[in-house]
Design a protein around this ligand. Structure first.
Ligand SMILES: [Cu+2]
Length: 345
């Protein structure tokens, strides 16, 4: 390769790298964009991030600029100038000790302030508990007598103080547009506050690798107007509806309550449905108002008949490592169960 080809190749590589870098700057709306804050807690984090980022940019440009300049100007070549020797210059050394110290102090004050502000339990907050399971979220509203899974409904404009726990391994609760991350640790309780200032659905996920289906441990926050939220909570607090006699849903309910499947397993051994006698299992999600949810399986699958059909045929086939085994259900049993579950509004 000649020197010229080498130089050309080098330029192409640099141009390609620059293009790649710039492509990250496109303002595409991403559902999990931390910079697109949708509530006061996320705004606090951004208000800290941006000043620190720009200070770091200025320091980077100054330091790297000086370095590149010195490399070019004083590199070893015939007739190169010898730079002024400054070893042991007390004034210079004091200067470059004091400037970084002041910068760090300037960054530390708002950082500590933000940490305390985020950790505070805001007055007038709604309290909920999110419990991590491999691989789904149990969500409880103790003051409203509501238990659900994976989808967290909250009222717009009210802080929600989330107590996070884990029953197995370390998980991390993260709704990027509403707040930072908070770890869920077995045997230890942590807290964070989320709040949305606008109506909408905010996506999130477990942010701590927790095994096989970590990527399938998602969650979402549905921020609703206070009136819509109240209506939702009032409905959720009711026991499950009983389907009309003779329908497929009624057959599904009977299967749910009394069916024994592969290895003698019963639905009620793992799932709770309020209003169904004996259905008080807590290994899997509470299904009392399953039909009201838009997703299932760790908010990974849209709550459609097709997806439910796939799930009931072979849960671990859809979600590797799922605790719910293949129960060996017949197509008719699956259809009845789907009719029942979809009716649990
Ligand atoms: Cu996890």
């Amino acid at each position: 390769m000649t020197g010229r080809t080498k130089r050309r190749l080098g330029m192409i590589v640099v141009a390609g790298a620059l293009l790649l870098l710039l492509s990250g700057c496109a303002r595409v709306q991403m559902p999990q964009d931390t910079f697109n804050a949708a509530g006061p807690e996320a705004h606090k984090i951004n208000a800290l991030f941006w000043p620190v980022f720009w200070i770091a940019v200025v320091v980077f440009v100054l330091v790297e600029g000086l370095l590149v300049f010195a490399l070019g100007r004083f590199r070893r070549r015939p007739g190169a100038p010898v730079p002024k020797q400054v070893h042991g210059n007390t004034r210079l050394e004091i200067t470059w000790t004091i400037i970084p110290a002041l910068l760090l102090l300037g960054v530390a004050v708002p950082t500590v302030g933000t940490i305390f502000s985020l950790a505070r339990r805001p007055p007038g907050s709604l309290n909920i508990t999110a419990t991590g399971h491999q691989w789904w979220w149990q969500v409880e509203y103790p003051s409203l007598n509501v238990t659900t899974a994976n989808e967290i409904h909250i009222p717009v404009g009210q802080p929600v103080y989330v107590t996070v726990k884990s029953v197995d391994v370390i998980h991390s609760f993260w709704i990027p547009r509403l707040a930072g991350k908070q770890d869920l640790e077995p045997g230890h309780t942590n807290h964070l506050t989320i709040e949305a200032s606008e109506v909408g659905t905010f996506l999130g996920q477990c942010a701590e690798y927790c095994g096989f289906s970590h990527a399938n441990m998602r969650l979402r926050v549905m921020a609703q107007s206070p009136a819509d939220f109240e209506a939702w909570a009032a409905n959720q607090a009711k026991p499950a509806e009983t389907p009309a006699d003779g329908t497929a849903a009624a057959a599904g309910m009977d299967l749910f309550q009394n069916g024994r499947f592969a290895n003698g397993l019963q639905c009620t051994g793992c799932h709770t449905i309020d209003g169904i006698q004996g259905a008080a299992g807590i290994l899997g999600p509470n299904l009392t108002h399953f039909g009201d949810r838009t997703t299932f399986g760790g908010a990974t699958f849209a709550n459609t008949s097709d997806n439910l059909d796939g799930w009931l045929h072979d849960p671990p086939g859809l979600k590797p490592g799922a605790d719910m085994p293949n129960l060996g259900l017949t197509q008719e049993q699956i259809d009845d169960l789907i009719a029942y579950l979809e009716g649990l509004k």
